[in-house]
Write a new protein. Structure first.
Lengths: 600, 600
């Protein structure tokens, strides 16, 4: 049991009890699935994680990718992982049957990826990215592109990437400078540099397929002049052989964590012989890319929560095994030491980790459910789910990523000095975690997206829908008297969130700098309230389950859930008071602070 | 300037403007020092840091110690560092002249160690530990021990360590099992195992001198049966040669950070030939050890704040160099990108780091001042300073260590993806930082010390003295109208701290488990208020300075200080509301939570 990295019981609790994944089967698109099948899929994912991914969790960290003679060499297991993921249908899990997919709900497919990520984040990124890239081609590509790429990618033979970032344009996609020159032959000639490309080159796949943003020559400056291209590392020549497409790896980065996946800097078209194939319409690339980007943001949140899960179970296991100290009232040095999990401070640290892990998972599954609903809901309702998903994506990505740092840090703390050493996995979890508030849009970018765009879009409709969702959860919870303290606390929290939001929107006339100066704190505030809502939803499901007969193990599971929900409301939710104070004190000091006051 | 790791301007601000180190010269013990001399010492420390320590900051991380044939091999520079630190008088800096020391105030010596730690934490631990161990011998050793050890240690030839932790007794010193058997020859035969011994063995010193806790055979169980011994790796035989003293290194730990210093597990007396020399009286070892422990706790706080300082200056430098994006109101993609330090969110992140770094340094200097005062104050006043120092040691250690994790994490965030890579130093700072809430007593241990012992000792006298100190600062601040919002905010915060403290003490009759269940949160609360007091003190000094003529650079420095103080009060101090809510809600859920509810 020392190697437990996720609770499949919790995964099933979320899917079947909280989010009722079976209700999706009422819709034609998902009607071929049932509980038995979902259980088989989930159990298979756990087995695959345990057999294929987890055993090389440390090995991939200790033997990071190397750039040798222009080719990135990764852990030898990567090729097999891609193959098994392809053959097992894990890359195509959510693709429609007509694209040879399994047509699984996003909820179920992402629940499987939770397990993969928890077992070995770096290893799971290869197939995960490939799925996102393939979906872009499936969504926007013409038949020729689909024919050439989809089969190879979904079978795990070819790797997919997202190639946005450039050295001079990190978060500022407006400034993308890679160029695409149209040719008479239909393809474009691509030239430029891309950096921080995850899985941007490696020898575990036969080919790398970059979904790349570039600017067609003569296109308008700024975001409206960016197009999306399929740019393979190797292109098919006339006789069907793969030949170089003039992309070279100029460097790979040596990272603190997430070391099993290479992050490459690419030089594209140095010999003027790189061909790119446009996806969809010219100049609409950024909008297309955001399909994959939003999917990957949910993926980053899942990755973060999954890493925190693995660290949490390592900590639980250790705290049960490790004896140290006595009950505080026991002053007899001759009495035996007790397991450290009996100390209140340790239980507090573990409850914190569990609150973050299971709260994040719940919110992410909520997002996946909205995604599934956009696919099957009646036309007049799809915008509701799309708006909720758009609103909550930056929140879910950021809550899991930022809190994941604190959660894995507390996992280390549970181990004491041992947690700082490589003998235990938690130091790696802590290192692996730190990328998450950065990749696929930093926390600052997510915050501007939430407050600058999502909260105010369509006259605040997404925000209003969110409030409705929270109200509905409180309504359901009121049926259980034991939950009434939580309901009234959440009610106050949501009112405070509304107040703060309205006060902020009211100062937006002072210009975006003042309005958005503390957007990151607003996002933090929003995240805490949102996860409180998720804990209330979970508490309702627990109370429903507790009405029936339960085995000891089941009773313990539900008791743990309720304690964690109570922990969240007692320890985490109160953090919003301080944030609200700051967000409404109307002092734009960070705007006024001059850079020369920071002595260099 | 890219390699700036500390602001000597800020160091001098704290020493001369905030804490008036020159006032110590009114006392005979420090009367031979003056400002010119202090400046020489400080400038020399910075030069030494820049020349000797900082250039190998990364190298020591990339080439960690190795255990080869029973001997720990460290970076070849360590021997030279020990030698220079010995010869330069840095190890003996605070020792009295009669022990061949420089008789410097703790404030000045620790200000120098701030620079050493910021330049290269791992490298500075070797001399730092040696100083603490030597001081124990100086304080409690007989003439023979002083003669044999002090000279060698203060000259950097021999390394000192503190050897407390055992594999079966981490934080629980009560359970120390290493034994000491008296012999007719005056020495004791030592047997046992010690673990996590920093610099516990290495080839950069001729000998290692362990200050080791052990239990004399037949001693009572528990903390009252523990004695302190000097146990060298090599002992002097009759002809004056060093011979093995039967201590073997069973392993060294491979750590996430702090990799330049070896952490060893030692097997002592396997051949029944390890000699230990008792320090002071039998059975009083724990009390003696706490002299070094408390000194090292301040050292850990300094180390943490110093690492955060280095990461902060790396971030400031990067944010001034790196162009990305435009002012939010500027929608013209053709306009040039601006340095990211111009973005409010980046300024907020930098202000946070500066608030933590300079707030921590200030609190640590405050502790050092109390230490200096215990040495020179009138007899009736020394207990005042001793109590204040005892009360604030766990607060200063923990605030710097816990907030240092968040601060270095924000340094990484300022760099975006680059911060996660080894091309920049901040990822190492983040890794180096993570040990600080663990070593020399975990945060949980500090919390129990604060709430379980320090706050209530002598009927709350230390706490009352602390309140007096804060009142005095507020009194001084009231002379500056611009500071009145800060004063009234601190006034409320201190009242809230009193309320919370009294409410907690009132439930202590429910037993220590309930009373101390949230001691860690109480410590966090205490730390935030304490650092607010320090920022008010700094703000007072700024206002005094601003009354005079200032150069542009000086004016900018003080403006930055004031903005940082305002930042602290606007963004950090409000965090106490949520903590107070939790600490007074009277729900001992972490005590009630059963370990079986944590599914393993």
């Amino acid at each position: 049991m020392a190697d437990k990295f996720i609770s499949i019981r919790n995964v099933k609790f979320l899917l079947f009890e909280v989010f009722d994944v079976l209700s999706l089967s009422e819709h034609v698109y998902f009607s071929q699935h049932n509980q038995k099948m979902y259980n088989l899929v989930l159990d298979a994912a756990l087995k695959l994680s345990t057999r294929l991914l987890h055993p090389i969790f440390e090995e991939m960290d200790r033997n990071p990718p190397e750039l040798i003679a222009g080719q990135v060499k990764v852990h030898p297991a990567v090729a097999g992982i891609m193959k098994e993921f392809g053959q097992g249908g894990w890359i195509s899990a959510t693709f429609p049957a007509e694209s040879n997919g399994e047509q699984l709900p996003s909820m179920v497919a992402n629940a499987c990826f939770m397990m993969f990520f928890a077992a070995n984040y770096s290893a799971s990124v290869y197939p995960g990215l490939t799925a996102g890239a393939a979906r872009l081609i499936d969504s926007f590509g013409n038949e020729g592109l689909k024919k050439t790429y989809l089969g190879k990618m979904l079978s795990g033979k070819w790797q997919g990437t997202m190639a946005l970032t450039e050295p001079q344009a990190g978060s500022s996609l407006t400034d993308i400078a890679t160029t695409a020159l149209p040719t008479a032959d239909g393809f474009y000639k691509i030239r430029g540099r891309k950096t921080f490309i995850s899985a941007g080159d490696h020898d575990g796949a036969e080919n790398i397929v970059h979904l790349m943003l570039a600017r067609i020559e003569g296109a308008p400056a700024g975001p409206r002049g960016i197009s999306l291209f399929v740019v393979p590392k190797k292109r098919m020549n006339e006789d069907g052989n793969l030949v170089s497409n003039d992309i070279t790896v100029s460097q790979i980065f040596h990272k603190m964590g997430y070391r099993g996946t290479p992050i490459a800097e690419l030089s594209i078209g140095d010999k003027e012989d790189c061909r790119g194939y446009i996806l969809g319409e010219p100049h609409r690339g950024l909008a297309y890319m955001f399909q994959m980007m939003n999917e990957e943001r949910i993926g980053v949140g899942l990755g973060a929560a999954s890493i925190a899960s693995a660290a949490y179970y390592a900590a639980v296991h250790y705290c049960k095994q490790r004896s140290q100290g006595r009950r505080l009232a026991d002053k007899d040095p001759a009495s035996p030491q007790i397991a450290i999990i009996e100390h209140a401070d340790i239980k507090r640290m573990l409850l914190f980790q569990r609150a973050v892990v299971e709260g994040s998972f719940s919110l992410l599954m909520q997002c996946c459910k909205y995604e599934d609903m956009t696919r099957v809901a009646l036309p007049q309702e799809t915008s509701r789910y799309r708006l909720l998903l758009e609103l909550l994506t930056p929140v879910a990505k950021t809550y899991a990523s930022e809190m994941g740092i604190l959660s894995t840090s507390q996992s280390i703390q549970c181990f004491g000095g041992y947690g700082y050493c490589q003998d235990f996995p938690v130091e790696q979890h802590f290192r692996d975690m730190r990328i998450h508030p950065i990749h696929e849009g930093t926390t600052g970018i997510q915050a501007m997206d939430l407050l600058g765009r999502k909260v105010v879009m369509e006259n605040g409709r997404a925000f209003a829908l969110f409030l409705e969702e929270v109200q509905a959860a409180m309504y359901a919870a009121r049926k259980f008297p034991a939950l009434s303290p939580l309901v009234s606390q959440l009610d106050k929290a949501v009112k405070l969130l509304q107040d703060v939001t309205f006060q902020l929107v009211a100062i937006s006339h002072k210009g975006p700098e003042v309005y958005l100066a503390d957007a990151t704190l607003y996002l933090e505030f929003f995240g805490i309230v949102t996860v409180a809502w998720q804990w209330l939803l979970q508490a309702v499901s627990v109370h429903k389950a507790q009405a029936g007969e339960l085995s000891t193990a089941e009773a313990d599971f539900y008791q743990g859930k309720i304690f964690t929900a109570r922990y969240y409301f007692a320890y985490e939710l109160p953090k919003i008071s301080g944030l609200a104070q700051r967000l409404t004190d109307g002092n734009p000091m960070t705007v006024e602070m001059k850079s020369c006051f920071f002595s260099d």
